[in-house]
Design a binder for this molecule. Structure first.
Ligand code: CP3
Length: 337
């Protein structure tokens, strides 16, 4: 029988909601910080044994229903010819960002060669967890990836990329297409190596106007997500008020950030499965508050096609006890079927 998370992603009514957390394998876990004192972030994600060990840390703590592979959305920069590092206190830094509108027409090396460490990671994870948890693969979306490739560093407003759209729409389109092609190949590769579910993180695409989103982003999300062999989840922040644009991506599951009212989202979206959406800051409340608010999200989402998650990644300083209360609330929830 399929894993609970896969069943919910297909829209089934489940006895309780499956649960996992975005960024669950990161810095809020003490053992992660220990491992990171021995390896840089890139060494950790490129060494399958280390990445496997980190992916499994949340399993040892909480036994969530899904294990998200320990990696990063930026892995696909390398097959496109960019080099990057993660700088402490800054975030991702691209050493050779896009230099201008003439520097956008890029082909990529085969991901099976340049990102072979992710295939090895997924194979090892599948061997280790079997059917006990769904293995979740992921990729960044074209806008979010291009945002780093153009700005060269984190950019809160994504202004450098949005300026490219304003001044050189054809170059903007060409660059996004290059990312779309590599991401599609990458997701197929992850599925071939054992991912049970894949999530597309186009986290920043909601900074575009709705009209631009429709014109430039939606067709690319459709290209990436069409006819993949496992359930797909799409996640974009700041889409409240235009959830139809997420549904139109063709994803099987719509990720909701915490600015969306769960019950209203259900009314807007109809039957399509959803994932989310507890405010990550609520995990800084005491465990009884966490349980109460988590239960509210579960009740509002209803019995079918809901994957419990946060509305965005877990914050690095989040107490382990709160994450445990969050996961336990889902696991002890019991609906009569
Ligand atoms: O969810 C998970 O546990 C799986 C792993 C995962 C990471 N990054 C691990 C990571 C996933 C799914 C991502 C996605 C990601 N990475 C996104 C989109 C997702 C989102 O949050 O909406 C983006 C924009 C990135 C780019 C990136 N990589 C950022 C912004 C950072 C953090 C930089 C910082 O200093 O805080 C990274 C590095 C990174 N990726 C870390 C982790 C655990 C931190 C590395 C460390 O330990 O210092």
């Amino acid at each position: 029988m399929d894993n609970l998370l896969v069943r919910a992603a297909r829209g089934e009514r489940t006895e309780r909601p499956p649960v996992w957390l975005m960024r669950q394998a990161g810095r809020h876990i003490p053992e992660y910080r220990e491992i990171r004192s021995e390896y840089t972030f890139l060494e950790a994600i490129k060494t399958p044994d280390v990445a496997t060990e980190i992916t499994l840390l949340p399993w040892e703590y909480y036994e969530p229903d899904g294990l998200v592979m320990f990696s990063d959305i930026l892995t696909v920069l390398e097959p496109l010819g960019f080099t990057y590092r993660i700088e402490s206190g800054v975030g991702p830094v691209i050493e050779n960002p896009v230099t201008g509108p003439d520097d956008v027409d890029r082909t990529h090396d085969p991901v099976a060669e340049s990102i072979d460490y992710v295939g090895k990671l997924l194979t090892q994870l599948t061997e280790r967890v079997g059917d006990d948890a769904a293995i979740i693969g992921f990729a960044g979306g074209p806008f979010t990836l291009a945002s780093y490739a153009v700005a060269g560093e984190p950019s809160r407003t994504n202004m450098p990329l949005r300026k490219l759209r304003a001044n050189h729409p054809d170059a903007f389109r060409t660059l996004l297409q290059a990312f779309t092609d590599v991401v599609r190949e990458y997701l197929e590769y992850q599925i071939a190596h054992g991912a049970d579910v894949v999530q597309l993180f186009d986290t920043y695409a909601g900074t575009l106007t709705p009209t631009d989103y429709e014109e430039f982003i939606l067709p690319l999300h459709k290209q990436i997500l069409a006819d993949l062999d496992v359930p797909t989840i799409v996640f974009v922040r700041r889409m409240n008020g235009r959830l139809e644009q997420l549904r139109a991506s063709g994803a099987d599951v719509i990720g909701l950030d915490w600015t969306v009212e769960m019950d209203a989202a259900r009314e807007t979206l109809g039957d399509i499965p959803v994932q989310g959406n507890l405010d990550p800051s609520y995990l800084f409340g005491d465990p009884s508050f966490v349980r109460e608010q988590t239960k509210q999200v579960i009740d509002d989402a209803g019995p079918s096609g809901h994957i419990l998650n946060l509305g965005h990644g877990v914050n690095r300083d989040t107490p382990v006890e709160s994450v445990r209360a969050f996961v336990e609330t889902a696991k002890s929830y019991d609906r009569e079927l």
